[in-house]
Design a protein around this ligand. Structure first.
Ligand code: ZN
Ligand code: ZN
Length: 604
């Protein structure tokens, strides 16, 4: 999977309530002497998956996409979404209340400049925007002669009477056999990486989870504990977390590493640091504007940059990589059982997208080790597969007939996170399908086989995945690969393979390799494996070179491969990959699946 998906937050979202909820919000704003309010799809940590209590945008508008912003003014309201959601948003919100706007065409800032009246006061919740976002908004609001005003508590929270409580999922310890490094060791490394700063505010819960070797249950699909930490250059760190999440042994263990404090204490502790004229490092991507503003106001110095934990976490150690290999063996066996089942079931007709996704989930559950899906599965037949961010619902649920079925899915296991896409032919594929599939495969292989000097970033190799499509005048409109965590987020930065991937690819990073091709209205193709960056010994090499090791072990549908489009080296790669899949996965599956696997991994 690439970037973000819809959430399963459909209970609280109801487009028909949009009008009355906006009306109520406008009344509340009037009492607060405000002329408008910003409602982003965000939580305090800028998480991709948010808890239900943070689904304010869905509650207000009915829109359940994973990114968006509503602006409610006294006489008009708009909802801004990116390109992938522009069709969906019109179906989810009451468009007589909210004008849907593609943010690439008109940014919220540009819209505010044109629509705010002079002297107007526009409110925002300082917990839900980063300092950078507030700065951009303030500039636009200012140039309209209006004022941007921080508002607490969030008026939506006051109006949302059946708002779910904030989650208090139990925290578990992430064992040394999976983490490979003690939390004490990690925290010491972080303290040593603070440069001129006196302390780091860890605002990204993924970073908190990594540094303290803990996992949580506060949001779906990613085992996150919603928490903050302050790591000083010298002295004990403080972990800010709701005590209800900690059972005795976990509390004892964490108490040895850090002071454990209530989240409510964070602001006053930051004020104290500010009064002491301390220099605090903040992560610009995840910190709330509220937190930098309290330090600034107290007289402290704010460095907003990158949390040094991001790169430490991205570079998996030997234990984490071994865990990833084990997770991929287990997941590969579940996928092989699914693909065998699909090859028998789909041609009979009548199978639906939801039934296929549920069957795959069952095979993953039968491993006995599945903690959660790493994201909601994308199971898409025909024209649905041409929508890269398709999310099957009861309404859209297509019957799988002859054509192309695409399934993008993944599992969360304690030893690793998986993410895999396979494109499958049902019946005989057309020549055009085979041509396009093979071009995507060539791009996939080009990344898998790439060798590059140390220091190379993802943007510099992104085109390798596209050249075979470019040669036919084609392309795809998403990144080639994203970073993946270790029993953490299926989307992890800073590593990525994309036109804008500026982070150097470093040894131990895990990324996806997932080029695709989408024929709108007809069918779509994507081939996705996870890979890890490894050193490459090349005889006579003058530079330190890196390449990829493929982690995912699942057959690629041979029926869609047009052999004459592959060169000898590509054929050799595919045959070697399939031989490896057969060797590694055969011992893990029952005889009927093993027989299917032998056929599915034959030489091309
Ligand atoms: Zn995927
Ligand atoms: Zn992916």
């Amino acid at each position: 999977m690439f970037e973000s998906l819809y959430q399963s937050f459909e209970d609280h979202a109801d487009p028909s309530l949009g009008a009355s909820r906006v009306e109520a919000l406008r009344h509340a704003l009037k009492r607060l002497k405000l002329d408008g309010f910003l409602v982003p799809r965000a939580d305090q940590h800028q998480n991709e998956y948010v808890s239900e209590s943070d689904e304010r945008l869905a509650w207000l508008t009915g829109f359940t996409g994973s990114a968006g912003l509503a602006i409610v003014l006294a006489d008009k309201a708009a909802i801004f979404v990116d390109g992938r959601y522009i069709l969906a948003v019109a179906g989810q919100v009451d468009t007589s209340v909210f004008a849907p706007i593609a943010s690439a065409t008109t940014s919220p800032e540009a819209w505010l400049e044109g629509n705010l009246k002079k002297g107007a006061r526009l409110g925002y919740d300082p917990w839900l925007h980063t300092p950078g976002a507030v700065e951009r908004l303030a500039k636009a609001v200012g140039s309209a002669g209006a004022e941007l005003v921080a508002v607490e508590p969030n008026p939506i929270d006051v109006l949302w009477t059946d708002r779910p409580p904030v989650p208090v999922g139990k925290v578990t310890l992430h064992a040394q056999k999976y983490a490979g490094e003690t939390a004490a060791g990690k925290l010491a490394r972080v303290a040593g990486a603070l440069g001129a700063a006196d302390a780091l505010l860890v605002s990204d819960p993924h970073a908190v989870a990594w540094a303290f070797n803990i996992r949580g249950r506060d949001v779906s699909h990613t085992p996150l504990p919603l928490a903050y930490a302050v790591v000083p250059k010298q002295g004990r760190p403080t972990l800010y977390i709701d005590a209800r999440k900690l059972d005795g042994p976990v509390r004892d263990k964490l108490g040895k590493l850090a002071e454990v404090a209530a989240p409510e204490r964070l602001v006053s502790d930051l004020v104290s640091l500010g009064r002491g004229r301390k220099r605090i490092l903040f992560d610009s991507a995840t910190v709330a504007a509220k937190l930098t503003s309290v330090v600034e106001r107290a007289g402290g110095i704010c460095d907003t940059g990158r949390d040094p934990i991001a790169v430490m976490k991205a570079r998996k150690n030997a234990t984490e990589l071994e865990g990833a290999r084990q997770a991929h063996l287990r997941d590969g066996a579940a996928m092989a059982r699914f693909l065998h089942w699909f090859s028998v079931t789909a041609p009979k007709g009548g199978l639906t997208e939801i039934a296929a996704a549920e069957a795959l989930e069952t095979f993953r559950r039968e491993t006995g080790k599945l903690k959660d899906l790493s994201f909601p599965s994308i199971a898409a037949f025909g024209a649905n597969a041409a929508i890269p961010h398709y999310h099957v619902t009861e309404r859209s649920n297509a019957r799988i007939g002859k054509g192309i079925f695409l399934i993008d899915s993944g599992g969360q296991y304690e030893d690793g996170t998986t993410d895999i896409t396979r494109t499958l032919a049902v019946g005989r594929p057309t020549a055009e399908m085979r041509d396009r599939f093979t071009r995507v495969l060539k791009g996939h292989i080009a990344i898998a086989r790439a060798v590059f000097p140390k220091g190379t970033n993802g943007a510099q190799i992104d085109c390798l995945a596209r050249v075979p499509l470019w040669q036919a005048g084609l392309d795809f409109d998403h990144g080639t690969g994203h970073g993946v965590g270790s029993y953490l987020s299926v989307h992890e930065g800073p590593q990525r393979i994309a036109k804008v991937g500026i982070a150097p690819l470093e040894e131990g990073m895990i990324l996806s390799d997932e080029p695709g091709f989408y024929y709108a209205g007809h069918w779509g193709i994507r081939i996705e494996n996870l890979v890890t960056v490894t050193p490459r010994a090349i005889p006579g090499a003058e530079r330190e070179m890196l390449g990829f090791e493929t982690l995912t072990l699942v057959p690629i549908d041979r029926a869609l491969v047009e052999k004459k489009l592959l060169d000898a080296e590509e054929v050799a790669w595919l045959d070697a990959y399939h031989a490896r899949v057969r060797k590694e996965i055969s011992p893990l599956v029952e005889p009927s699946v093993r027989r299917w696997l032998a056929e599915a991994t034959r030489r091309i």
